[in-house]
Design a protein around this ligand. Structure first.
Ligand code: FE
Length: 396
């Protein structure tokens, strides 16, 4: 038995933000980030539409990137005071992720993060409010997924939350919001989406319902990401849909070790964070080389290669063509070959090697490893991470 869950309603296309007018309820709290939605006028529009819907509106602003436990608790407190029957979250992945966790603590004040991190163990939500998500970046697809990540800065840990209860009720995928993204963010979030689609397609949990979403997303991202990066706004608009399709696939098929490695290397080094999408982009070609040693996974990668018109007579040649194509996409998007070159070399080589055994162990233990088509040993994971540091090919 398997389950496939998506939002009840998804509005897409330019101007779809206006659908907020048609939400039925009494009170809405709008959860947003640091200011770009306000600066570009989308926050004011959203508030206007909700008022037109006859709702009383309150704002919860300034959710930080990589939202903290404290922010979640403050948001839940604000919700308990205001008692909204709609939670409307808007922005990059962070405000939407934060709002999902606030929702749980709003409805269940007694719950704890320790309870919530047990996968698919949430209490039943929607006893007080429904949830609408409006993404402004084209990558995380949190508007359609069952996931959220909250950081406990005091303990230095990330809480990955996973449960279909936090799959939003309504997603509004309006590309006008994504047109405000700068080029670098477009590249990073776009390759995050590409990684979602490819990992979902080869996941051990992929199925007939997730495959068409994943493969179509791959085709679209392959065609449109570079154009979007170069400022083609029609391609940018299509990317907003493509990342959402990828999200529908991976919310139900789950991911693989590219994400395990990106999660555990993201905040591990003193030189600075490695941005999620950029990490995925750098690691993906190496992980494909590693996973393709599994014959079934190799066939799946070959199918992807054929879907984007790459040439090869054998499975092996098709896998190699896919790896080469992804590397060349990275080059064209100005993504470094490996961690060593990341942001001019901010990650120290010695620190990386000193922490290698620990980071490798954590990556193997990550929630995304279980659905990867080949489970790495400690030695293999260390080898993979090293290859990702130097931007080398993987031959084991
Ligand atoms: Fe991701």
């Amino acid at each position: 038995m398997a389950r496939f869950t998506l939002p009840r309603d998804l509005y897409h296309g330019k101007g779809s933000l206006e659908e907020l007018k048609n939400l039925k309820g009494k009170k809405a709290i709008v959860v947003v980030g640091g200011g770009s939605m306000k600066r570009f006028g989308f926050l004011d529009k959203a508030v206007e539409y909700l008022k037109e819907a006859g709702m009383e509106v309150e704002l919860f602003e300034n959710v930080e990137p990589d939202p903290s436990v404290e922010t979640v608790m403050r948001g839940a407190e604000a919700m308990r005071k205001f008692e909204p029957d709609w939670i409307v979250s808007m922005g990059g992945g962070s405000p939407i992720d934060a709002a999902k966790a606030m929702w749980a603590f709003y409805e269940y004040p007694e719950t704890t993060f320790e309870d919530l991190i047990k996968p698919f163990n949430f209490p039943t939500l929607r006893t007080k409010a429904k949830f609408c998500a409006i993404p402004s970046t084209s990558g995380t697809a949190t508007e359609v997924t069952a996931f959220s990540v909250i950081t406990d800065y005091e303990k230095g840990v990330k809480y990955p939350l996973a449960d279909f209860n936090i799959t939003p009720d309504v997603a509004i995928v309006d590309p006008a919001l994504a047109e405000t993204m700068p080029a670098k963010l477009t590249a990073h979030t776009g390759m995050d989406a590409m990684t979602h689609a490819i990992e979902a397609y080869v996941s051990t949990l992929h199925c007939d319902y997730t495959d068409p979403l994943a493969i179509h997303a791959i085709k679209m991202i392959h065609r449109d990401l570079k154009k979007s990066f170069d400022g083609d706004m029609e391609a940018r608009d299509r990317m907003h849909n493509a990342q959402c399709l990828a999200g529908m696939a991976f919310s139900n098929a789950l991911l693989g070790i590219v994400h395990s490695m990106a999660h555990k290397t993201g905040a591990a080094y003193s030189g600075g964070h490695i941005v999620h999408g950029c990490a995925n982009a750098m690691y993906l070609p190496r992980v494909i080389q590693f996973n393709a040693k599994n014959a079934e996974a190799a066939e799946r990668y070959a199918e992807i290669a054929k879907a984007i018109d790459l040439k090869g007579d054998t499975t092996e040649e098709l896998v190699a063509a896919l790896v080469a194509e992804l590397k060349s996409m990275n080059d064209s998007l100005e993504i470094p070959k490996g961690i060593k070159e990341y942001e001019g070399g901010i990650i120290d080589e010695k620190e990386f090697m000193d922490k290698l055994p620990k980071v490798a162990k954590l990556a193997i233990g990550d929630a995304c490893t279980g659905s990867n088509p080949r489970i790495p040993t400690q030695e293999e994971m260390e080898g993979l991470l090293k290859a990702c540091f130097y931007g080398e090919d993987v031959e084991f």
